[in-house]
Each structure stands twice: as structure tokens, then as C-alpha cells.
Design a protein around this ligand. Structure first.
Ligand SMILES: Cc1cc2nc3c(=O)[nH]c(=O)nc-3n(C[C@H](O)[C@H](O)[C@H](O)COP(=O)(O)O)c2cc1C
Ligand code: SF4
Ligand code: SF4
Ligand code: FES
Length: 614
């Protein structure tokens, strides 16, 4: 094996950095130096010129929960939860020797099998990593490395060999649908913008990603920023734009930094700026930090934000394709959509269409979180089922202590605050734009939160409602006031004040907010309520009519009960109870009168014998 092939890749995505991966990186450099093992830190165009083992950082490798991750190439050994104190052993055993540090391998919980790398880890085996293929492998800060993998060849081809119409046709034929949530056909959007009159047009890359729990776009920007820029450049050629913006959430400092470096490097190589690819064309690109509001991801609000105005949506039509940034025709695409474009151009639309379903071709990244054994960033073809995602990739549903429970699956919340909750019945539903919409959910941004039987669905609806209520920009009365009122009604249910009228009112209000709001935030805000009310009606009714929370998560609905076997009759609870609900003789088991109890929990706190539970 020559040195050019030998490589140590340390994940430097946000998750692994937070767990200390940069210290692991520094430790590798330090100890390899001490042992006089030659090291190359920078990628050189000619691989055979590498005169040492290459150490590089990468973007997110997907398996964040097991981070910091270290991959040793070419054997593709994946070490998990690596600490600086493990580095010496890795070097002695795997770099100098040819062995494996067994204790740092991933152990599959169900079979206890020690897996050596992605090829035998079920989390990776069952995925189709296409957009994410190079995320977690290439150095995101090296334009040379991106180019050594064929990077910017498609942008070059777009400028030197293809017409704008050719590109729009290829993307239309591929059937690519926008990954930003709505699933609008990308080729159609480009074609609409291309045919608009006038010389000035814009391309905007939407990297706002404000959905709670989502980090797909962040990972692509951090892990392979040049793929996003290449998509932006191809979009510019396709519609005839010479100026582009990459709008990145300000809360993503690493993504902002890596996108900025990538843009600067692309300028230095003449890939951006004047005379791109030896033509007379000019393409400018600016990275802008978002304004920190979820609604700024909505395209008209985003346009307002770029122009320095408050990020508030405006009515459509006119659509941005007709009248967008500074009233000029503008294409707005999601990060993942744009990162997919160079792949389509490279492999051809026909190849792209072979993956996924007929109406939702290609793959989709999801942020898989919640009660599953393996959480992280995943990519599957459209048409994969929830069962495959939850059981095969996620490794099964876990209880609150993290142990796998075969009967544990209750629901999955898909698509973030715009999406809905699906149940066991939907485990074999095809994950694609249209199937999800038909059952009241959405692909949305790609958040996928798995929930076990200990989860209260009313509280889940409340969590998302609290988010949208906080994020409503306040322009529409129905969104501004309606989300507030829906939240108050959910509180009534959770706190035991609700009646049958509350449920009716909640449904009527949800319908009204959906109909009467201007933008997608308000229009989809009721989705988590409507889908949980539809799929978990009995759970709502138990809260409302029996004043009982079946999962015992809503404290106000959980009546304390004294366990007679444990009660010593010490009377401490009697003295503590503010409404005199507890009675009993000294040294005899006590009882709580349910009609008097106000469920304040004071007795539970005071009982030294752990005799009171809910
Ligand atoms: C409240 C709200 C927030 C949104 N946030 C994002 C976002 O963060 N990123 C994104 O790409 N699209 C977001 N969208 C969708 C965009 O408005 C737009 O449809 C999308 O960027 C278009 O790109 P695509 O065609 O590639 O999907 C949001 C929409 C709404 C209503
Ligand atoms: S629906 Fe809500 S977020 Fe959207 S414009 Fe109206 S008030 Fe603002
Ligand atoms: S405090 Fe506990 S042990 Fe004492 S009487 Fe009350 S329930 Fe029984
Ligand atoms: S950040 Fe390292 S695996 Fe995701």
C-alpha cells in the first residue's frame, strides 16, 4: 500500500466537533509527528505526490450519535466515540500495525456483532448515500479535492457546451422535485424563470433550515459546500442569471464559514467571477447570514430579508420566478436540491429517474431522531418505507432508557412543524411527496422523529404548536391569533380543563388557520394537531372525557395513588396535602380522595417511602 492511499479522516461536522473531534485531530498530528511518521495535511492535485499519511477533517459522516468518528482508509475501518487518549493505540495498532482496535468499533445492539466499517454497519448498509456520498469523506475545505472527484466539470460543461434550454430540459426530464418541502418540479421552476424577459435575474440558495431537529442542509453545506456552489452555477446558466446568493441560517456558524471559504476558493480559481470557464460570462456569488427566524425560509420572506427588509412573506402571485429579488425573475432552491443538480448532469436524467418512485425520483436525506437505536443523518431512495427506516436503518425503537423494545413503536412525526404524525398503520407507506401528502403528512424539510409508546401525542402536538406560535410573523390575524388560541386549547386538554367543545373548537380553528393564512407557516401550522387528532383520537378523548393521560405524561391528569404495600402510615402526606384529600390512621395505609385531590404532587415529594405514584 502506498502512502497516497493511506488516510485518516476525522469527522469535523458540528456534532463530532461538539464531542471533541478537533482535539482528536490535533492528537493524531502530534503523535504521528512524535513517531516520525510523515503526514500530509493538504490535498495535492497529483495523488501520487503525497509523501505521507494524509490526515483530514470531513463534514458529517451521518452517524453523529456515535461520534467523534475516525475513518481509516483504505481499509474503511470506522472507529466510534474516539477520544484523544485513544489516538496512540489507533496509530500503533492500525497505522503502524495492521490490526484493529476492537473496543472502538461499533457494536450492533441486537446481535452484539462488532462491525469494522460502513460496509457491515446496518445503519449505512441500508442507505443510498448519493447527495451525501462525499460528505464525510472529502475535505470540505479543499477545492482541489472536490475537483479531483470530478467537481465543477458539470458547471464547466453547462457553460461551454450546453444551452440554457438544454439544462432546463435535462432537469425537467429528470423529474427532480425541490427538497425544501413543497416538492415543486425544479426544471419547471427554472424554465419559468428562463423565459422571463430582461437581462437581470437571480439565483438564491435557501440554506435557512429553521425546522426543529433538521440538519440535512447544514450537513451538506458543512460537508460538501462546493457541490452546492456547483448547483448554483448551473442554475445561473440555466436561467441566465449572473448574481447568486447563498442564504445560510446565522445559527450555523460552521456552515457559514465553510460556504464562505468555498466561495472564496471558487473565485480564486476563476470558477466564480468574470470569464467563468473561459467564457464571457460572469457569475457572482455571495454568502449571506439569515435573520434568525423560521419564517425567513419562506421564499418571499427570504427575498425581503436579503434586501434588508424585515423577513415577512408577501402574497403570491407574482411568484419569484416572475418578480423576485429587487423585482427581477429569481429562482430559489433548497441546498439539497442544488447539490443534486451536478449529479443529475453527470449521470444523466435517465439514471436519476431509475432511483426512487415514478413521481418522486431520486433520494432524500432525513434527520432521524427520537426513540430509535441509531439516530443521525440518513439518505434513502424515495419509496423506502418507514419500516425500513425505523427498523433497518434506525435499528429499532427504544424505550425511555434506550433499550430496544419490539412493541415500542407508536408514531413518527415527519416533516417538522409542517408535517404530521403517522402510526403503525403507515409503516409500509412509501415515503414520497404524494403518498405522504395523501395521509396528511409531508416530506417537509426531512425531519423524522420516532416515538415510543411512552410518548403523549397531545404533548407532541403542543410542542410543534408552541414552535409555530413563537415563529408566526404576525402578519395574518388567523395565524397570529389562531396559533395562540390553538396552543391555549391544547393547554386546556393537557391541564384537565377541556370539554367536548374544546375538541370541536380546536378542529374548527385548525381548519380556519389553514384556510386563512398567507404563507406556508400558517397554512401548515395545524398539521400536527389535525394528524394527531385523526390518528390518536382515543388519546385526546381520554384526556378530555376521562381526565386521564394514557401515557401518564400530563402531570395534571395523573392522580396520585398510594401503594398500600409500601405505605407506612407516617402521615407526612396528610400534613402536606393543601386540600385535605389524604386520610388514614397512623401506621396504617393511607388513601387519597380523587374528588378532592388537585394533583399538585405535594404528597409525592414528601413521602420518604416512595409509596405514592401517578
Ligand atoms: C415557514 C417556511 C419556512 C421554510 N423554510 C425553508 C428552508 O429553511 N429551506 C428551504 O429550502 N425551504 C424552506 N421553505 C420552502 C421555501 O419557501 C421554498 O419553497 C424552497 O426553498 C424552494 O426550494 P425547492 O424548490 O428546491 O424546494 C420554507 C417555507 C415556509 C413556508
Ligand atoms: S401565515 Fe403566519 S407566518 Fe405566514 S405571513 Fe401570515 S402571520 Fe406571517
Ligand atoms: S407519606 Fe407515604 S408512607 Fe407516609 S402516610 Fe403518606 S403515603 Fe404513607
Ligand atoms: S457530525 Fe460527525 S457523524 Fe455527524
Amino acid at each position: 500500500m502506498n502512502n497516497a492511499e493511506r488516510r485518516i479522516i476525522i469527522c469535523a461536522g458540528t456534532g463530532c466537533v461538539a464531542n471533541g473531534s478537533l482535539k482528536v485531530y490535533e492528537e493524531f498530528k502530534r503523535i504521528l509527528g512524535e513517531k516520525n511518521i510523515p503526514v500530509t495535511l493538504e490535498f495535492k492535485k497529483e495523488e501520487h505526490n503525497h509523501d505521507g499519511i494524509r490526515i483530514s477533517k470531513s463534514g458529517c459522516q451521518g452517524f453523529c450519535q456515535m461520534g467523534p468518528l475516525v475513518t481509516i482508509m483504505p481499509q474503511e475501518i470506522l472507529y466510534t466515540k474516539v477520544k484523544p487518549e485513544d489516538v496512540n493505540e489507533i496509530i500503533d495498532t492500525t497505522i503502524i500495525g495492521a490490526g484493529i482496535v476492537d473496543r472502538l468499533l461499533y457494536v450492533e445492539p441486537a446481535t452484539k456483532k462488532h462491525c469494522t466499517g460502513p460496509n457491515d454497519i446496518p445503519f449505512y448498509q441500508r442507505q443510498s448515500r448519493t447527495v451525501l456520498k462525499e460528505c464525510g469523506f472529502i475535505d470540505p475545505e479543499s477545492i482541489d479535492e472536490y475537483m479531483s472527484h470530478g467537481g465543477y466539470e458539470q458547471a464547466n460543461r453547462a457553460f461551454t457546451k450546453l444551452s440554457a434550454k438544454d439544462i432546463c430540459d435535462e432537469i425537467s426530464f429528470s423529474g427532480l422535485r425541490g427538497r425544501g418541502g413543497g416538492g415543486f418540479p425544479t426544471g419547471k421552476k427554472w424554465e419559468l424563470t428562463r423565459v422571463q424577459p430582461g437581462p437581470k435575474k437571480y439565483v438564491i440558495c435557501n440554506g435557512d433550515e429553521g425546522d426543529p431537529g433538521a440538519f440535512m442542509d447544514r450537513s451538506v453545506m458543512e460537508g460538501n459546500p462546493h457541490s452546492v456552489i456547483e448547483g448554483v452555477i448551473i442554475a445561473c446558466k440555466a436561467i441566465g442569471a449572473d448574481q447568486s446568493y447563498i442564504y445560510v441560517r446565522a445559527e450555523y456558524p460552521l456552515a457559514v464559514q465553510r460556504m464562505r471559504k468555498a466561495v472564496q476558493d471558487a473565485y480564486e480559481r476563476g470558477i466564480l467571477g468574470k470569464g467563468v470557464f473561459g467564457t464571457v460570462n460572469k457569475i457572482d456569488c455571495e454568502v449571506m447570514e439569515g435573520a434568525g427566524a423560521f419564517v425567513c425560509g419562506e421564499e418571499t420572506a427570504l427575498i425581503a430579508s436579503i434586501t434588508g427588509k424585515r423577513g415577512m412573506p408577501s402574497p403570491k402571485p407574482p411568484f419569484p420566478a416572475q418578480k423576485g429579488l429587487w423585482d427581477k425573475p429569481t429562482v430559489i432552491n433548497n441546498v439539497e436540491t442544488l447539490a443534486t443538480v451536478p449529479l443529475i448532469m453527470k449521470n444523466g436524467a435517465a439514471a436519476f429517474k431509475k432511483i426512487g418512485t415514478e413521481k418522486s425520483p431520486g433520494t432524500k436525506t432525513f434527520a432521524l431522531t427520537g426513540h430509535v437505536s441509531n439516530t443521525g443523518l440518513i439518505e434513502v431512495p424515495f419509496g423506502a418505507t418507514l419500516r425500513e427506516v425505523v427498523h433497518n436503518i434506525g435499528g429499532g425503537v427504544t424505550d425511555d432508557k434506550g433499550n430496544i423494545t419490539p412493541e415500542g413503536f407508536k408514531a413518527v412525526q415527519i416533516g417538522g412543524p409542517s408535517g404530521g404524525c403517522l402510526t403503525k398503520e403507515h409503516l409500509d407507506l412509501s415515503l414520497d411527496f404524494d403518498s405522504l401528502r395523501s395521509v396528511g403528512a409531508m416530506v417537509g424539510s426531512g425531519g423524522l422523529v420516532v416515538m415510543n409508546h411512552q410518548t403523549c401525542m397531545v404533548q407532541i402536538a403542543r410542542f410543534f404548536m408552541q414552535f409555530t406560535q413563537n415563529e408566526s410573523c404576525g402578519k395574518c390575524v388567523l395565524c397570529r391569533e389562531g396559533t395562540q388560541q390553538m396552543l391555549a386549547l391544547l393547554d386546556d386538554i393537557i391541564e384537565g380543563r377541556a370539554t367536548g367543545e374544546t375538541l370541536k373548537l380546536l378542529e374548527t380553528l385548525a381548519w380556519a388557520v389553514q384556510k386563512g393564512s398567507l404563507c406556508g407557516l400558517g397554512k401548515t401550522a395545524p398539521n400536527p394537531i389535525l394528524s394527531t387528532m385523526k390518528n390518536f383520537r382515543a388519546e385526546y378523548e381520554a384526556h378530555v372525557f376521562q381526565k386521564r393521560c394514557p401515557t401518564r405524561r400530563c402531570k395534571a391528569l395523573c392522580l396520585p395513588v398510594i401503594d398500600a404495600a409500601k405505605c407506612k402510615g407516617c402521615t407526612a402526606c396528610v400534613k402536606q396535602c393543601p386540600v385535605g384529600a389524604i386520610t388514614g390512621e397512623r401506621k396504617m395505609p393511607h388513601v387519597i380522595d380523587a374528588s378532592k385531590c388537585i394533583k399538585c404532587g405535594a404528597c409525592i415529594k414528601v413521602c420518604k417511602f416512595n409509596a405514592i405514584g401517578i
